[in-house]
Design a protein around this ligand. Sequence first.
Ligand SMILES: C[S@@+](CC[C@H](N)C(=O)[O-])C[C@H]1O[C@@H](n2cnc3c(N)ncnc32)[C@H](O)[C@@H]1O
Length: 215
Amino acid sequence: MLEEKKTIDFRKYPIPRVRHHVNPQVYLPATQAQVDLSWYPPTIETPTWKTWFANGLPASVLDIGSGRGGFLIDHALTYPDVNILGLEVRGILVDWTNDVIDGERIGNARAVWYSLANGLAWIADESITYATYLFPDPWPKARHAKRRFVNRAMLPVVARVLRAGAEWRIGSGRSPRPSRVSPAATTSTRQSWPCCGSIGLPSWCRTWVAQNVVS
Ligand SMILES: C[S@@+](CC[C@H](N)C(=O)[O-])C[C@H]1O[C@@H](n2cnc3c(N)ncnc32)[C@H](O)[C@@H]1O
């Protein structure tokens, strides 16, 4: 018999006041950021899967830019055997998400305070079944483009960790205006850019990335 999915009473976890963006420097790699590194998200050399997940195994799903962890937590409850890792640059949201995860004893989810600008070298090749980036990169202005995670340089970074046939699911609440999501999209046709209107709609896979974007 299938176990019933747990519901969480989020009233137990008051949401802190969160600023929309943090210092723009944290969207740059640590080596380029002109900030006091004591408040820059730690870079990662070796992932501590054993402390992040109850079963001690690596993540097989990545939630890139996990924000308040809504998808992360829901996914973990829906698929209790799947380890999902959230990566998020706003530390206050990471702390809050992990408070819920720990408070509800969810062993297969973890949020990590991290700037994606530092890449994913610490994640093994072809270890991720799929990755999500839901409602990404709120940087529509061209002068802020360098803060976006989804760009031409980052596509092979994500593609490397995806298993063959895996997908990177991008959800956008905006109408499909690819240039608002990624400059990479502006170099491909709109038709081939599966920027979707809601979670779970058209997605793009490793093959698509290799054929259309990675030069
Ligand atoms: C618009 S929010 C979406 C949050 C969440 N995925 C959701 O659906 O509610 C995009 C998230 O990506 C995070 N983000 C943007 N750039 C990032 C980066 N370079 N490294 C880590 N997180 C980043 C932001 O802090 C923000 O929480």
